[in-house]
Ligand binder design. Sequence first.
Ligand SMILES: Cc1cc2nc3c(=O)[nH]c(=O)nc-3n(C[C@H](O)[C@H](O)[C@H](O)COP(=O)(O)OP(=O)(O)OC[C@H]3O[C@@H](n4cnc5c(N)ncnc54)[C@H](O)[C@@H]3O)c2cc1C
Length: 412
Amino acid sequence: MTPRRFDTLVLGAGAAGLFCAGRLAQAGQQVAVIDQARKPAEKVRISGGGRCNFTNRFSTHANFLSANPKFCISALKRFTPADFIALVEAAGIAYHEKSPALGSGDERALGQLFCDGSALEIIAMLLEPLRQAGSEIALSSPIEDVAALPEGGFAVTASGQVYQAARLVVATGGKSIPKMGASSIGYQIGAQFGHSLIEPRPGLVPFTLQGALLDDCKALAGVAVNVEAKVGKTRFEEGLLFTHRGVSGPVVLQLSSYWREGQAVSVNFLPGQPPVFEAWRALKHSQGKRRALDIVCETLPKALALWLLGEPLAAKNLADIPDKALGQLEERLQRFSLLPSGTEGYRTAEVTLGGLDTRQVSSQSFESLLHPGLYFIGEVLDVTGHLGGHNFQWAWASAAAAADAIAQQGPS
Ligand SMILES: Cc1cc2nc3c(=O)[nH]c(=O)nc-3n(C[C@H](O)[C@H](O)[C@H](O)COP(=O)(O)OP(=O)(O)OC[C@H]3O[C@@H](n4cnc5c(N)ncnc54)[C@H](O)[C@@H]3O)c2cc1C
């Protein structure tokens, strides 16, 4: 079959791949985007509950995990949340900032921006420059082979078609949600050209539990509360949700990126409140006739309060609770030790931690330092954001850096 020639090939029609290809098309390049999924940007479509949390106003390098934490600084500074917001506004997409959870007592602005309507509007915006330029988007095309050509440039075979170009941008993401097209092809292409891999693992993913704790969580499934939770020295204050498999919610997803097998998570169900032991001991004198359950129910739903207190204590008046029991209560209410048996894995993980080692990639152009003309952008790299729009901001920023560097070189 005769190869089809382009200036640049982009592997992956996800957030990073489409944004990069669109900028290249606007710069006058002949681009082809290749993806095995039937539709482009499937993760954008399902993101943010269908409304796409497309950026975070406060995104900085401090919101990212990587073995090489400074790598992301330059790209994030050169293409900022304000730059993406300007594109969203120019496309006429209405958006809003998520408000803090009701009753959380937390009035901090979250900076998380969502479409008022649908994530499909962001996809349409990403596709528009490609449509205008008449660029090729080859869908349902799993990548079969990638080869460096002896005369320079690359040949990619997908669905029996051979594509050739001087430059190859790998934007095939991580391993999360395989049923949406995710695969480890990006890591394989990296390895083929000598790149090292930082061990991938699921991130922003619910915890699973076992035994009696799981039975208790099942009974509480659907209950959501604002908590402060920590693993090691990392702490987040956000919502926790009990599920039929264990626990989820923003606080769990955030912590999961820092959690390692065997580590316990410490949960404070009364964030911002003084330690229970001292506070309740003082209350014994002034409000000794109040029931323990009524006090905890001022903050927590009854089913959860009952579970944390235990039936005998819940019914007791404050004055009748011995100091020793108050100490144990403080432990349960403010330092509850939760030992996950694992995570739900790549099936539901929003991101993949780890990825191609950024020490072998230019932080300016995202070109491989091992093979000229080869670029890696987005989640395939070992850069992973916190929950809240940071991962898309990384997709846009890394894509913009690569596209601008390639465009500066002109058509091949
Ligand atoms: C449920 C969910 C909700 C999310 N919500 C948010 C959110 O609201 N805000 C946020 O910032 N982040 C969110 N994320 C994370 C965000 O979607 C990703 O970080 C982002 O999509 C990564 O962009 P990417 O272009 O690098 O990779 P992807 O978007 O994963 O794109 C990679 C593309 O490569 C293609 N591909 C893979 N293997 C092959 C192959 N062998 N052959 C051909 N093509 C291949 C895939 O089909 C895919 O289209 C969410 C993720 C999930 C799963």
